[in-house]
Design a protein around this ligand. Structure first.
Ligand code: KG4
Ligand code: ZN
Length: 336
């Protein structure tokens, strides 16, 4: 079963063809980063206009790379939320139009559920329960994935989430403040390579307490530190900031895995592309005897293959989505 999937929730226009929910036959991602860099962040109106121009060519490329024709497809899927409303509308409307024109079912997919499924495109064995750390520009949450009582279905439980900024948002805001450019995560990671992670003792938000996260105090601490130490080495500040974020993410994920009795830890979302985080999660899994699901970097950041994989699952469990279903900018994960 081949599914064409489209992802346009933020600033990447992406399309993919996924087979049987397991294999990405193609995954095309056209990034708009250069368009938004001049503004220091994503401009929603600019994003929707760019999606409109790119979605057709990106879909053609995904079909061509997969060697698939419309007649080979079983469904057309798109992200319907959460995300920027104008951006979501472009991808969802395009997918509905293809589905209608080709006489195929449409499947609306939750972007966060897509991130949860991304790792399993590369390593299909779900070790239930698995604790997933989902860290992107818009979200930071700890979720556990369990086999549901109905065979072949999965349940998600929310263990904790950020009470203010998302982890990626903290990277982006601190990078902008330090003049390192956009997107901030890769910029901070690059300069932090030459810095000392223990140079500045930045606070670890909500450390030791529950599974919720807080990053806005850390961001304020960086601003205060730079104002009181104008000659500080940027590499040291960036490395110390990154260390503070990674410390909290890893400590809470590890504790959650122990409490849930998890057999595996999985990471997803753009911040999961961060090398320090990937190395620390791998080390914890090795020490605690857990399987580690660390997707390739291109599977961590936004892509349509993860939407296609989730669409196959949703089509099996829920059936098609009606063509008049709206997009949902604030869509939440379906939790038990
Ligand atoms: O999942 P994603 O591609 O888009 C959203 O759904 O938000 O995540 C984008 C976020 C941005 O905040 C970006 O700065 C961050 O992921 N990011 C990173 C790295 N690469 C991307 N953060 C830290 N280190 C990285 N290497
Ligand atoms: Zn995302």
């Amino acid at each position: 079963m081949k599914v064409l999937a489209i992802e346009t929730s933020c600033d990447e226009t992406a399309a993919a063809v996924v087979e049987d929910g397991r294999t990405a036959l193609s995954s095309v991602v056209s990034s708009q980063t250069d368009l938004h860099a001049a503004f220091g962040g994503v401009v929603p109106e600019v994003a929707s206009r760019a999606h409109l121009e790119l979605v057709g060519p990106v879909v053609s490329q995904a079909l061509e790379q997969a060697g698939a024709a419309p007649g080979d497809l079983a469904a057309v899927a798109a992200t319907v939320g959460p995300g920027l409303v104008g951006s979501l509308l472009v991808g969802a409307s395009a997918a509905k139009a293809y589905a209608w024109a080709w006489g195929l079912p449409f499947v609306g997919v939750n972007h966060m559920e897509g991130h949860l499924h991304a790792a399993f495109l590369e390593d299909p064995a779900l070790h239930s329960p698995t604790v997933v750390l989902l860290v992107s520009g818009g979200h930071t949450m700890l979720v556990s994935m369990h086999d549901a009582p109905v065979a072949g279905q999965i349940e998600y439980r929310l263990l904790g989430e950020t009470i203010d900024d998302a982890a990626g948002e903290a990277f982006d805001k601190v990078a902008r403040f330090l003049g390192l450019g956009y997107p901030g995560g890769p910029a901070i990671e690059a300069i932090a390579r030459d810095g000392a992670p223990d140079a500045v003792a930045f606070p670890r938000g909500l450390a030791g307490r529950g599974y919720d996260f807080s990053f806005s105090g850390l961001k304020t601490s960086v601003v205060r530190y730079m104002r009181s130490h104008p000659g500080a080495r940027l590499a040291d500040v960036a490395a110390s900031f990154q260390e503070a974020v990674v410390d909290v993410l890893v400590a809470k994920t590890r504790r959650a895995a122990a409490e849930v009795g998890a057999r595996a830890i999985c990471i997803g979302g753009g911040v999961a592309a961060n090398t320090a985080l990937r190395e620390r999660i791998s080390a914890v899994c090795e020490q605690d005897g857990l399987a580690a699901f660390i997707p390739s970097r291109r599977m961590c950041t936004d892509n349509a293959a993860m939407i296609g994989a989730t669409a196959c699952y949703r089509l099996r469990v829920d059936g098609p989505t009606p063509l008049d279903a709206p997009v949902a900018p604030n869509l939440r994960l379906p939790l038990v």
